[in-house]
Write a protein that binds this ligand. Sequence first.
Ligand code: XMP
Length: 346
Amino acid sequence: MKKSNKIVEAITTKDTLLVPKYSEIESRKDIDITSRLSGAHTFDLPLISSPMDTVTEKEMLVAMDQCGGFGILHRYNKIEEQVKIAESIKWEDKSKRKNTFVGAAIGVTGDYLERAMELCGLVDLICLDVAHGHHILMKEALNNLIKAGVKNNTHIMAGNVATFQGFEDLSNWGADSVRVGIGGGSICSTRIQTGHGVPNLHAVMECAKSTCDTKLIVDGGVKNSGDIVKLLAAGADFVMCGSLLSGTKETPGKIITSESGEKFKRYRGMASKEAQVDWKGETSSLEGVSTLVPARGSVKDVLREIETGIRSGFSYSGARNLCDLRDKAEFIVQTVAGQAESSIHV
Ligand code: XMP
């Protein structure tokens, strides 16, 4: 015998539904969807914009902040460029520091420590942003950041992982929050390319078993407010979104007009060929794609609609807040026919 295999069935958001529960909530306004990240940092909207170069630069970060969530500046530029963007958000002029919550991503190799030291004191959160975060390089990077004092005044987010052990290890290595999700993003080809990944809802449910105080950030694959409600109910503290915000006015990049006059914006995986060539002039492992998405209006309109959906979702579970949602949530698995019935089928 070469190996005795044990297979676990892993479900994702689309496989499930939440069972509606008795509710005494009369208005969506009575629902509190806030989520606490750490210390004094509580957010009215538990959403984070992805650190991707077609999602989060200054405009997106400011809009996310104004809508109650927060954004993380991508790391696919020179240190001085990223610092300049962070500075321009934090200071209007040199005399007044703004309260805007600023997150910024760094890697775990190369000049990451220098980048962290330049950002430290300027930003509120540093995100160690790598595809496979359950890794010795992550352990060393977290150790170096902590030794350098970054954790004293800056929230440290790390990831991505997709297992309970990954979540526990990154927590024990010093992360304040951990991103959960491998290969589930709309522009990801990791699962096709490498055969690895874990359906997101399953990954969240596993990581949520941890007794660590670390915040759980689910990342990738979110298509609508229903997905967000399910992931929060399963144990996520925040939901990170790329595609849900793509194409909006606040995303970096120009509008591309087709011959027939349709307007698009580019949305690309950071491990896509196009992004890698732009960033480092060559490609290594290609685990993402680049695509055009319809250009849309303001992210504020998109988020308003999503927020309404989230509030309705809490109400269907009879939940007044996040804690209540987790207590009351009852998941059921849908059959293929059930999934078809759950989508629009006129
Ligand atoms: P959504 O589904 O919101 O996912 O578009 C956004 C998340 O996808 C991750 N990401 C990638 N994953 N290859 C990957 O496997 C890539 O090229 C890539 N680019 C981004 C990232 O975690 C993001 O938040």
